[in-house]
Design a protein around this ligand. Sequence first.
Ligand SMILES: NC(=O)c1ccc[n+]([C@@H]2O[C@H](COP(=O)([O-])OP(=O)(O)OC[C@H]3O[C@@H](n4cnc5c(N)ncnc54)[C@H](OP(=O)(O)O)[C@@H]3O)[C@@H](O)[C@H]2O)c1
Length: 328
Amino acid sequence: MSRSGSAKVVCVTGASGYIASWLVKLLLQHGYTVRATVRDLADPKKIEHLSALEGANERLHLFKANLLDEGSFDSVVEGCEGVFHTASPFYENITDPQAVLINPAVKGTLNVFSSCVKTPVKRVVVTSSVAAVAYNGRPLAPDVMKLSGNTEVLGAICSRVLQVMWYRLSKTLTEEAAWKFSKDNSIDMVTINPAVVIGPLLQPTLNTSAAAILNLINGSFIYPNTTFGWVNVKDVAMAHILAFEVPSANERYCLVERVAHYAEVVKILHEQYPALKLPEKCVDDKPFVPMHRVSKEKAKSLGIDYIPLETSIMEIVESSREKGFVSF
Ligand SMILES: NC(=O)c1ccc[n+]([C@@H]2O[C@H](COP(=O)([O-])OP(=O)(O)OC[C@H]3O[C@@H](n4cnc5c(N)ncnc54)[C@H](OP(=O)(O)O)[C@@H]3O)[C@@H](O)[C@H]2O)c1
């Protein structure tokens, strides 16, 4: 294991989350000293898995910070060479999207960035999403997606149709605000834009993207008529570190190992677990939502060699079994 981070101090926001927990683990393995923020230091479910990581006793420091508390990241970020800003609410089916999703995501990011300008941070790596890239007014189609998201188009879709889209709007607005702030304040910023993240869980609670797979094996009779990009959480965490370490890293890194319809995910699950009861029918009789393609070139230039979807699916199932989220 490379010790590329020896003697370097970095900050991870939202450290108890799914992606961030893996990021903290890999940063510690690489020798970094990590200042990690969580919302509730008194909640063992948020901190025990972090404190148990190899190297945590010596090099992990936990801080309490909330995205909506102005200045709460100042003392954490002070003296850090790098800031990994992963904290952002990732919930669906919420009743007040402005308060629950958009304000913490957008205002919270500007709050973190305001702390970054007060100290000589070398680079800020922001966990964005392909959701911030995909909505540009064109249908997703087999041509390669590497374009920018469009908040006006997405805002119109959100108010008209699906409330699940609010999360996507929160990510698009956040990235837009972050780019503007970083340009206005000369912050060196890189974004990591993963598709749906799956693979093993470190934290003891179930997160939204892990549920996307587990919902298929909990007795459901139908699968969604949806096509997503999928990527392993370990690749996502590593991409954050490379985006900090590689001096030439810049702008956005979309991370997608494979684009696959839920029907294909069910097929892979069936091959891996033939005895498992899986949904046999799609939710509707419409044609399957078509495939789109996401450019892999840029992520490869960073040094990412993707873990295959089959492995990611098996890892999330096995990890969920160990943690008791599924029993079969
Ligand atoms: N998982 C995916 O498929 C996926 C794909 C693309 C992008 N992303 C992005 O990746 C990042 C991490 O997501 P995840 O999948 O790891 O989800 P997660 O496990 O739910 O983690 C989200 C983190 O954000 C923190 N957070 C939420 N609201 C906060 C607030 N007001 N103040 C401080 N912290 C707050 C949460 O803290 P608590 O633990 O206290 O709730 C949690 O640590 C997010 O920016 C998400 O948009 C995720």
